[in-house]
Design a protein around this ligand. Sequence first.
Ligand code: ISL
Length: 600
Amino acid sequence: MSDSCLKGDKRWWKEVVIYQVYPASFKDDNGDGLGDINGITAKLDYLSELGVNVLWLSPIFESPQKDMGYDISNYLEIHPPFGTMEDVERLIDELKKRDMKVIMDLVVNHTSSEHPWFIDSAFSKKSDRRDWYIWRAPKYDKEGNRQPPNNWASILDDSESAWTYHPETDEYYLSLFSPFQPDLNWENPRVRTEVHEIARFWLEKGASGFRMDVINLISKDQRFPDADVTHPHKKYQPGDKYYANGARLFDYLQEMKRVVLSKYDILTVGEMPFMEDEQQRLEMIKAEEGCLNMIFTFETMGLDSVPEEGRFSFKPWSVAELRQVIKKNQSMKSQKGWASLFCENHDQPRSVSRWCDDSDAYRVAGTKLLCMNQVTLTGTLYIYQGEELGMRNIPARWGPEEYKDIESVSYWKYICSRYADGSPQRERAKDLLRRKARDNARTPIQWDSTSNGGFCPPGVKPWMRVNDDYRTVNAASQTSAGKANERSAIVPPYRFWQRALEVRRQCANLFIYGDFELIEDTHPSVFAFQKSCHLESDVSITVLNCSGKEAEFKIPAKYQVESWLLGSYDVLSLEKAKKGTILLLPWEGLVGLCKTRQGA
Ligand code: ISL
């Protein structure tokens, strides 16, 4: 039995609900078609009423916006179209008034190629900052053609090299994501000191922590060897075996913790793609001796992808796979680790479209099913903007020209360079864009049924097209309904999330801290689990029909269901039988409180 329910293990950063804001798409206050800081401030009551406690702001810093702000050219100034430092200070003050906090997105594996550091580094091989970045001489093949230092593929465009040639100094610089994002050389202690100062600046400004972008890439194998050829049909190969989770990662993060992070009572979450090893994960976050409070890992996000084909791929996923991935993630706590819970972010498609059925018939039920999964799992809970509304993916009828993300644009350009218009490959690529493009989560938030969904003033062209369904899927139509209660007949997603977060808080020992246990031998489409805590006489059961068909669920005899707390079909769900076999409707989820019968 774990002791996580004991007071000693309780922390504020375990209990908060973190809401990710993607500033460009949240709310346009100054009428230029782009979201901004004052637009966020204007919506704090909406967020406070939902029941979230912390905002994670995707990057708001000066940037050429080649990768929507994940290419920073000045960490200490605000991207002018987003607003001013005074606007940020006011946002922080307004959050404090609501007992809310903010964490910043610390993107320090790389900078923008327009950052003064890089401009200085690129100026000359003898520049004082040359080794703030990773420069290597070209290689030449048998025919005398110039080649990059190794065969690593770019992460955002695997048809291109992870290295960018710099003719002025006849060297390549490492740019894992794009040529506009040169990787910093963390081997250089001056780089690390500068990063510590950036972190300190924002903590002194009032930030309560950081989400650290691809922070497990900061330590790389310094031999920069060729990657194994796992994609024989491609010129460049995934090199994460050598550029992720390197030998000095723990030291670098321990140093950052010792020098700056440990001086504040903050929340830190490291985004760590390519980190599969459970022991390494625990080393990163183990209570006390670890480096960060928690990490983002991506097994769930990979369930419907073909690993060797990367983002723009698809394979059907199964509830059996889902069970194992969630069971693994939930085991972190029992090993003195801690899980982070998310099913959407700015890099992922909308969850109701991806994992459920976003048709008019089932969008709301599916949104609530996903909500019930998230709010009853152990870990710190993250919600991505619009998830609480049940926002959908980009409509299938939109063409590739509507996709703005650098990764989508590169992919479509590559496809068009190789396949003719109307070819099966182009049609498949359009389907994969619809399914997986990061753009799906970046359409403007739909606030009401007025033009542009109320994201920006009428007559203003938003930076990205608003989803066509804004007249029916929008915040105003969902918040106008009163708070949900046990008798509510139809509860819109926002109100359902509000109620579900209230239930999570009320049953914190079970839902936030409790021990997870799969309920076995269920219908193949049903994912069910128990949560328990030795401080509580009750246990909870979460029962999710992850399919568009009806499915039976036999309530195990050991559970004496006292009440159904949440259900996808509102009062219809809450009135379900509390023993025996029940029939779950398509995408119907249920959360119940139970006594357990000993020996049953
Ligand atoms: O979206 C992905 C590529 O298909 C993910 O692997 C993603 O690139 C990875 O999780 C890192 O994402 C973070 O760093 C990127 C930025 O583009 C993403 O928006 C950010 O979340 C580079 O800063």
